[in-house]
Design a binder for this molecule. Sequence first.
Ligand code: CP
Length: 317
Amino acid sequence: MTWHRKHLLDIESLSAEEITTVLDTAREFKAVGERAIKKVPALRGKTVVNLFVEPSTRTRISFELAAMRLSADVINFATEASSLKKGETLKDTARNLEALNADVIIIRHSATGAPHFLSRFLKGSVVNAGDGAHEHPTQALLDTFTIREHKGRIAGLNVTILGDILYSRVARSNIWALLKLGAKVTLCGPSTLVPRVFEEMGCRVTYNVDEAIADADVINLLRIQHERQRQTMFPSIGEYTALFGLTQARFARTKPDVLIMHPGPINRGVEIASEIADCARSVILEQVTNGLAVRMAVLYLINGGRTGPVTSAPSAS
Ligand code: CP
């Protein structure tokens, strides 16, 4: 197992071995989370800043909890109450956080490349918690972790990503991770939101939802990213649901052991029927639970944590 990186900026630049290292380390941290004492001293004395300049529920809270479980001091940066609102630049904000001894800055930003930009001048570590429509690496890591927990492998699985692919950072990071780990990836949605250029990455693109889901071992549903669309990409929400929503009728035609996934937030009755979101084959909330172990693993590894069993390295405090 290998890990020599100071930052986690994307999945595109990671090797399959590095991705597997994160997943294996996350499995160790998941086991730690099942102990009576869930806290380890791995990041004691370190300061982690959650710099979320876009809204978030799952990612921000699980990064906060992950840092706390690793015994770090955590600061949640409140954009609305910050000097970003007075015209301070992102660079100056980040340098001021560093002047207060931030060791890790976890950033979510609407601009593609914002984490990469910070990593060029900050002395500490930078973690990408979602940059525009580019990447959301920890989401892909927790998604692949969840698939591996259920299916025992990634290689050879048929994974369908259904929805707004064009504007989705979750889709891009998942595509990179799944292809690197040997899965077969099918993309489906309206042609305006699933351009054929994704075939160049090695994905199958289809606009026939029945074809996309028939042989799928995993169906990962994505919401419509209204906040990033600059023009009307399909006639109406009703038409989108009729043509591409995972309805009960379509669900009945999937494999009996298909995993239903969604990064959240879900729009019930739009991309997924409410009953399917809550059914036994849905692992949507398990994804959230696994996000904690994966984010602990990422924070641990970028801070120089050893790979291998963490049960014996950072002892319980
Ligand atoms: N999946 C995800 O990124 O959710 P949040 O926007 O709530 O963090």
